[in-house]
Design a protein around this ligand. Structure first.
Ligand SMILES: [Zn+2]
Length: 334
């Protein structure tokens, strides 16, 4: 999510937990494209049937106010989680009893710590697993990245990686605010008259993705299965897949009514047509890779020339499109 000088994407797993633990107010390494201008943080958008979207600096927060409890989806970063809670409490004084994480990335789980004393944190099994194994993985993978960043003279990346390694060396696994209730495929939360459906999808953004559907409100939170008007980040190192995006989105589209309100992981609240547009981008990228293979091109030739003009307005087209296209190539059978 954060592009390093070496050309790879730093694992979002560091911020997955470091953000929850870092004592400093704002040094949390954040994926570049997730940063928002300060005036946008805590922008509240009422949707339908007591469901709300809350925009921030990380992944979008969704929440539902039931007759006796509030259900929250994703927690952004530690330093802004108190502000998120304040905003939720400006809408309702009902207790925040449940927090669902759509996946393990730090811009969606970094604020978990602020919730864990009063809310049950819920996510798919792999989210907990990935959060708990992140220190090990950082110690294994980041030193090499650090060497490369130093060679390239990229001070920002060096700091990010050094902080991550220092955190991984000292953190205790039990301090990580991971989900405490986990599930395999589906789970339902009953709040007053509302049923909140949590559906694990085939691996797409990661292998722990869930979407959260508020059935009566008819609002769905897609997590990072939906980047609205943005190039999606496909976290292959966490089990993600471009083809998986297509499969996952198709399954969801088949389960929700056409007038559903859609909260993306990043970008403005949208509708089913918007979600289908994001699916089309991935489909077009896969088709381009497939066509290039059929034409006998190498991966390098494909990446040097691939261009999808219809999506040039997407945020991240300049700096992330080729990375996504490379994943599409790798997944396209000859
Ligand atoms: Zn993510």
């Amino acid at each position: 999510m954060r592009r390093l000088a070496s050309g790879t994407f730093a694992l979002a797993l560091f911020s997955a937990v470091a953000a929850a633990l870092s004592p400093a107010p704002n040094p949390t390494p954040t994926p570049d494209h997730h940063d928002r201008k300060p005036e946008d943080v805590f922008r509240l958008q009422p949707l339908r049937g007591n469901a709300y979207a809350l925009y921030g600096r990380g992944g979008n927060v969704g929440f539902f106010v039931g007759s006796d409890a509030v259900v929250v989806v994703d927690s952004e970063f530690k330093d802004i989680a108190p502000g998120i809670l304040e905003k939720i409490r400006s809408v309702s004084d009902k207790p925040v009893k449940y927090l669902v994480n759509t996946h393990h990335h730090g811009d969606h789980t970094g604020g978990n710590e602020a919730f864990k004393t009063f809310a049950v944190i819920i996510a798919q099994d792999n989210v907990r697993k990935r959060m708990l194994e992140s220190p090990q993985r950082i110690l294994k993978e980041y030193p090499k990245e650090l060497e490369e960043a130093k060679k390239a003279g990229n001070a920002e990346d060096v700091k990010f990686l050094e902080d991550a390694i220092a955190w991984a060396q000292k953190v205790k696994v039990e301090e990580i605010a991971a989900p405490v209730v986990t599930f395999d495929s589906e789970l339902r939360i009953h709040v007053g008259g509302e049923t909140v459906e949590v559906w694990h999808t085939p691996p797409a953004h990661t292998d722990g993705d869930s979407v959260i559907y508020f059935t009566k409100a008819n609002v769905i939170h897609m997590g990072d299965l939906y980047f609205h008007d943005q190039i999606p980040f496909i976290d292959v190192s966490s089990g993600g897949s471009a083809i998986g995006y297509i499969t996952a989105i198709d399954k969801i589209v088949a389960r929700v009514p056409p007038d559903v309100i859609v909260i993306p992981g990043h970008g403005e609240v949208s509708d089913l047509a918007g979600l289908k547009g994001a699916r089309q981008f991935v489909a077009d990228m896969l088709a381009a890779a497939s066509a290039a293979r059929k034409a006998g091109k190498t991966k390098e030739q494909f990446l040097a020339t691939v261009d999808l003009p219809a999506y040039q307005k997407y945020d991240g087209y300049k700096d992330r499109f080729k990375g996504a296209a490379a994943i599409a190539w790798d997944e396209t059978a000859r």
